[in-house]
Design a protein around this ligand. Structure first.
Ligand SMILES: Cc1ncc(COP(=O)(O)O)c(C=O)c1O
Length: 398
């Protein structure tokens, strides 16, 4: 018997295994892990959700256990539409929202709906590795555009669009980007919005982290500047619970919305209706802002403690960009040491970081790496950073 299990993927080194091995190693209980991207479970509203489950089962149990519609539970979509006012987008209605199985499903859905093999798409460089992996399932040519500490490099963006006028979309994460933690400044947002307006690009804005801002002031969504040219992804994973797997796409372009719904109805019919109803009940009964406030206090303390420890324990030459929110810090090693060197040596000493490599389309053996601070105790942060500092010094002395 010879099973034919191969499938052509143009980018075979796409690091699925590398990423899986990092996450597996990092999940071991003996490892202090700054490699993953988990919210802190202390922030989960367990009792409130318990009450919401009971209420849904008592009042609408049969609906919650039945098949449902593809677009998602209307009260939940209405709640999300209203929430867009926080981002300066006031004209979103429930009908623009499609509930997805986490925002990760949104990435796959747009890939399936839009990418033909060989199509050009633009992304930030670096960008969220799962977005790269999802898009690569459909064999695009990915064109990375550099991001700077104040957001996407607008000169390079314009040059990339000029050189690739046929590109279909750009995928951006303007707030506390994963992996870099960077946020677009107002100037960059406005300039990039002008550039997009003058292009034929659909703008896919992924925004899991903007509500986790614990200092400074946030900016407006590209949806504010661009209307239906911008499709916005969101998620409850970082502000309520990742396990419920509830995300969404806000799509104001009717043609694209129909394509996305058609794909989703084939892929999974609908997102778990029980979870959608429980979440909608939770949002109706409790003040989400109060809940997010508590999470922000926790993450601010974690971020500041992590940054203090990095300043204290990492040797001179290792740099990082401070952050005002989200869950990640982005650091860079001096010339001559790669992030994979640090990952391997750190792991031997029981501490995991996430090397930058899988977040880049082309670059390998990079010196940048990602540090997650949301899900470690202070003790683990201090011990882990001390060890990483020693490991960096040893690698630098070689
Ligand atoms: C930028 C970005 N997009 C999407 C996701 C996926 O989130 P979820 O599928 O849990 O909604 C994440 C998760 O870490 C992320 O960082």
């Amino acid at each position: 018997m010879e099973l034919k299990l191969s499938k052509k993927i143009t980018k075979p080194d796409f690091q699925g295994e590398f990423t899986a091995s990092i996450l597996a190693a990092a999940a071991s209980p003996d490892i202090i892990s700054f490699a993953g991207g988990l919210p802190n479970p202390v922030s989960f509203p367990v009792e409130e959700m318990d009450a919401a489950v009971h209420k849904v089962m008592q009042e609408k149990g049969a609906v919650a256990l039945q098949y449902s519609n593809t677009q998602g539970y209307q009260p939940l979509r209405a709640w999300i539409a209203k929430r867009y006012e926080v981002l300066g987008v006031n004209d979103v209605v429930a009908d623009d929202i499609i509930i997805t199985n986490g925002s990760q499903q949104a990435l796959e859905m747009v890939g399936a709906a839009l990418i033909d093999p060989g199509d050009k798409i633009l992304v930030e460089n670096p960008t969220y590795l799962v977005a790269l992996q999802s898009f690569h399932l459909f064999d695009p040519e990915v064109i990375p555009v550099q991001i700077n500490p104040d957001g996407i490099d607008c000169d390079k963006l314009q040059a990339a669009i000029d050189a690739n006028p046929e590109a279909k979309f750009i995928y951006v994460i303007p707030n506390f980007q994963n992996p870099t933690g960077l946020t677009y400044s107002r100037e960059v947002r406005e300039r990039a919005a002008e550039i997009f307006k003058n292009s034929n690009l659909l703008v896919l804005e992924d925004n899991p982290y903007s509500e986790l801002r614990f200092a400074g002031e946030g900016g407006k969504s590209f949806g504010y500047y661009l209307g239906e040219q911008c499709c916005m992804f969101g998620t409850f994973s970082k502000i309520v619970s990742p396990g419920m797997r509830i995300g969404w796409i806000c799509c104001r372009n009717k043609e694209l919305k129909a394509k996305l719904l058609s794909y989703k109805s084939t892929a999974d019919l609908h997102t778990n209706i029980f979870c959608q109803m429980v979440l909608a009940q939770y949002l109706a009964a409790y003040d989400l802002d109060q809940h997010i406030e508590k999470t922000k206090v926790l993450y601010k303390q974690k971020a500041e403690f992590m940054m203090d420890c990095m300043r204290k324990y990492l040797p001179e030459g290792v740099t990082f960009t401070p952050t005002e929110g989200g869950m990640f810090l982005w650091a860079e090693l001096p010339d001559g040491i790669t992030a994979v060197d640090l990952y391997r040596a750190g792991l031997k000493r029981g501490v995991a970081i996430c090397p930058g490599d899988p977040f880049y389309e082309y670059e390998r053996n990079v010196r940048t790496f990602r540090i997650n601070y949301s899900n470690s105790t202070d003790e683990a942060i201090e011990t882990g950073m001390k060890v990483l500092g020693e490991v960096c010094s040893e690698l630098m002395a070689k």
